[in-house]
Design a protein around this ligand. Sequence first.
Ligand code: F6R
Length: 364
Amino acid sequence: EKGGYETFMLKEIYEQPAAIKETIVDRLSDGIALSELGLTAEEARRLRRVVIVGCGTSYHAGLVGRYAIERWARVPVEMEIASEFRYRDPVLDAADLVLAITQSGETADTLAAMRLARERGARVIAVTNVMGSQATREADGVLYTRAGLEIGVAATKTFVAQVAVMLLLGLWLGEARGTLSSTERDRLITELRALPDAVRETIERVREPVRAIAEHWQSAGFFLYLGRHIGLPVCLEGALKLKEISYVPTDAYAAGEMKHGPIALLDERTPVVCVACDSPVLEKVLSNIAEVRARGAHVVAVATEGRKEVAEHAEEVIYVPRTDWMLQPIPAIVPLQLLAYEIARLRGLNVDQPRNLAKTVTVE
Ligand code: F6R
């Protein structure tokens, strides 16, 4: 059932183009169709706030969604870890839209957050990969990711599908609220449609360079991940993958926060993974890379193809295909998934079933 792949995780990494395609295609037949949301354009216009809740990888997908929704739909978005949110006595009312992101649809803390939000009058949408899961029964509306069953404990294809659906939702809200021009929307839709091919190309292209980097750094005792803006959730997710399946300590930080503490960790033995894809903050990321290098640490950068100047700053650059910069997290996560994968394999670990972890977390 692994279809010739050595592990489910690798198979699922290769299934990412299909996961994205299934998630977006029939919602893009004529503009953006998300009728399953059960939200009218008028209701979208009246929204005062969006609150996104989730755990782990789903939380990271939500972080990408926050940038997309705020940028395109101009509505404030708050991000919440479900286990914190549920015990915080949050302020919520009927003008709030709560998006609960949960691949399995069964995560106890996320379900509790949904119940609380509904009790307080908010409208709750479940973003899930599993039909008929508990989250679908606790929600006012459901937005499915269509990644197919994921067996590897570390989420991969469900993450890119969650990001894709959040991007779609951002575009839909932008259209409904009149904050995104139709030319801009159409341009972004074209870019979205090209994502499955871009991810396929990314996997092919980065496999070898990532393997070489993994071989070189397989014994490192610590990895730091740095990024800004939309690159930050990519770092958080990449760092989580590495710690989950290789048991290597990692930290992921907003690059601008580095000098407020984590810079003290750096020495000649520290690999630092920087997401340095094209964005309005690329220059800032490049100066952070220079600061890291000045402390003797080693930089592995993920950059947009053609961006030669990143190679002048970093020791190793992994190039990913160009897309709109807001969509860049999808190709950019691929080399970081593969880096975690290769390091775990070199260390002889069971990537499909890492120690202490379960695919579904039904207890808090
Ligand atoms: C990480 C991972 C976990 C889940 C988290 C939430 O690879 O799989 O962090 O993302 O347990 O699970 P769901 O999305 O099912 O609520």
